[in-house]
Design a protein. Structure first.
Length: 234
């Protein structure tokens, strides 16, 4: 089944989120420290991903143009609005964090990254689900911590993960017919680096050092595809 890896990833996120809800009695200081630890780890992962770029200028152009597009359409507000709509439809403990916060934070962490795209492409091109299953295990453990701190909204992040990775997987079943391997590898490399900067921003937000509207940077991934295609043609 071509979507096996994506389904496993989504299920593990939901399981981790519900397990995390039973750990809500963890002392606040412990939660805070653990969250800082996750933030630091996410930031380091982002830095490592960024260094994979072979042409840093592509990363810079993609981030800048992506930010302009994202701010123009206000993608961050739309993502938050979706989370708030879910929150209005669900009973919420008003003393704790809202569903929107957990949904948005978890979605950005689980969706933005090389493993999501590479794993989905592997599933579609080679019917190899190892990368997505591995990502699912990591996401599941992360969901436990996030849910214990940010609430059940983390579980809803499984939906955009399923849609995002599922679409890429289904698309990639046909991608090799139209895109040369050299161009595809070039895109994955620069997309990973650009996504790494976004991951770094997420880590800094989790630590509390910044309040970057990371969702407004996501169009940068599309810009990467456009730029590497132009370079490849030239």
């Amino acid at each position: 089944m071509v979507l096996f890896g994506t389904i496993v990833n989504a299920i593990l996120i939901i399981i981790g989120a519900f397990i995390g809800r039973f750990l809500h009695n963890i002392p606040e200081r412990m939660k805070e420290t653990v969250m800082y630890g996750i933030g630091l780890a996410v930031a380091v992962i982002g830095i490592q991903m960024t260094f994979e770029s072979t042409q840093v200028l592509i990363v810079i152009i993609s981030i800048v143009l992506g930010a302009i597009i994202g701010e123009w359409i206000d993608l961050d507000q739309k993502v938050n609005a979706l989370g708030q709509w879910i929150e209005r439809k669900m009973p919420v403990n008003r003393k704790g964090p809202g569903i929107a916060q957990g949904f948005v934070t978890a979605t950005l962490i689980f969706v933005v990254g090389s493993m999501a795209i590479i794993g989905a492409i592997d599933s579609g091109l080679r019917n190899d689900h190892d990368v997505l299953v591995m990502k699912g295990i990591i996401d599941g453990f992360t969901a436990i911590i996030l849910s214990s701190t940010l609430g059940i909204g983390v579980a809803f992040a499984a939906l955009p993960v399923f849609l995002y990775q599922g679409i890429i997987t289904l698309f990639s079943t046909q991608i090799s017919r139209f895109i040369p391997d050299e161009l595809l590898n070039f895109f994955i490399t620069e997309m990973t680096a650009t996504g790494g900067l976004m991951i770094l921003a997420i880590g800094l937000n989790l630590i509390g050092l910044t309040k970057i509207r990371v969702a407004n940077l996501i169009p940068g991934i599309l810009v990467v595809g456009l730029v590497v295609t132009i370079i490849h043609i030239i």
